[in-house]
Design a protein around this ligand. Structure first.
Ligand SMILES: Nc1ncnc2c1ncn2[C@@H]1O[C@H](COP(=O)(O)OP(=O)(O)OP(=O)(O)O)[C@@H](O)[C@H]1O
Ligand SMILES: [Mg+2]
Length: 333
């Protein structure tokens, strides 16, 4: 069991108030993703959970027990950082065994624990290799292996894949999803900037801004029912289109939000008119950027290979059931 309950948690560095009145209830086995702009407090929140940072006020409980003053090593937590440093002179086995040796566990037990972790991460055949003889993805897996050997109740990841190339990220994403399935009683909290990681891996996403939790929900709850303009613009890629001012008036809103896949190019009776500025053909879909006289171009998604010529005049229609309306405070109407 590893329920995490955070109540009214605040963290300040001197006069800098970084985390503000955080309340979160995380259940055993959940995969929680923290997202938010740079500097919003994601790493700090993760580090207070791990115990690497103290809490200024509020309460942090693991399995009902207050752990505010419990040492990091006693919390049953393991953490993987973006910049993981493997010991270059130790092979994979010894890198993974290091913390167990410090705990002075019997040799046979260490061997068994390292081999079990290596099997979970498909590292069995690399146990004798040095880090420099591994690919970036394999090294990242060793860093994860080092953390899981201790069989933590809670697993914290701070942007563990951000140093990897696109193909490796896809592979590691699947491997971490697999790891989650093989550790159903381990609670995982994962910080990322990557929209796809957040949408595909999370049971629930926590959106933070300026140290304040904005919304907590399943990826699709946040995608379909954002509780603010900020969350609407933050979740999803490409970003939700926002239209303000005169062009939003017909929708009785200060700001209209509509996603690229909920807009259609039509021959007449469109809600907006504009000129094609740019086309991105991705194979599976095509994004058309259209200047409609707003600050930002409107992005329209079309299926397959469906480019439009630069400068073409087009009309765009919204699908009414997918229109998000916001008032002048950025609150949904
Ligand atoms: N030791 C410190 N002293 C003072 N301020 C700090 C300290 N550590 C972090 N901060 C501030 O706290 C805020 C949150 O930092 P944090 O590292 O948690 O952000 P983050 O959301 O993880 O950002 P990023 O996405 O860039 O990693 C930042 O404004 C940062 O400058
Ligand atoms: Mg960070």
């Amino acid at each position: 069991m590893a329920d995490i309950t955070i109540s009214d948690l605040n963290k300040s560095y001197g006069p800098v108030h970084v985390l503000k009145d955080i309340d979160l209830d995380i259940k055993t086995g959940e995969f929680i993703v923290f997202v938010g702009p740079s500097g919003c407090g994601k790493s700090t929140l993760l580090r207070t959970i791990s115990g690497l940072e103290s809490i200024s006020s509020g309460e942090l409980k693991i399995d009902g027990k207050v752990v505010n003053d419990v040492a990091p090593s006693k919390r049953g937590i393991a953490m993987v950082f973006q910049s993981y440093a493997l010991y270059p002179h130790m092979n994979v086995f010894n890198n993974m065994a290091y913390s167990l040796k410090l705990m002075k566990l019997p040799k046979a037990e260490i061997k068994q624990m390292v081999e079990a972790a290596a099997a979970k991460l498909q590292l069995t055949e690399y146990l004798d290799r040095l880090p420099k003889q591994l690919s970036g993805g394999q090294r990242q897996r060793v860093a994860i292996g080092r953390a899981i050997v201790r069989d933590p109740k809670v697993f914290l990841f701070d942007e563990p894949l951000s140093n990897l190339d696109a193909a490796l990220r896809v592979q590691m994403r699947m491997e971490i999803a697999g790891l989650k399935n093989s550790l159903p009683n381990t609670t995982m909290i994962y910080v990322t900037h990557d929209q796809v990681e957040a949408m595909t891996m999370a049971d629930r996403i926590v959106v933070l801004k300026d140290g304040v939790v904005q919304q907590v929900g399943t990826p699709m709850e946040l995608y379909e029912k954002p509780n603010s303009l900020f969350v609407a613009g933050f979740i999803g890629s490409p970003k939700m289109n926002f239209i303000e001012g005169a062009q939003a008036k017909p929708f009785n809103a200060h700001t209209v939000g509509v996603r690229a896949e909920h807009l259609d190019i039509v021959s007449s009776d469109g809600d907006f008119r504009g000129t094609v500025m740019h086309t991105e053909v991705l194979g599976s879909d095509t994004y058309i950027y259209i200047n409609i006289g707003e600050e930002e171009p409107l992005v329209v998604r079309r299926d397959g290979n469906a480019p439009l010529a630069y400068g073409e005049k087009v009309e765009i229609k919204t699908r009414p059931e997918y229109v998000h309306r916001f008032d002048e405070h950025g609150q949904p109407i």
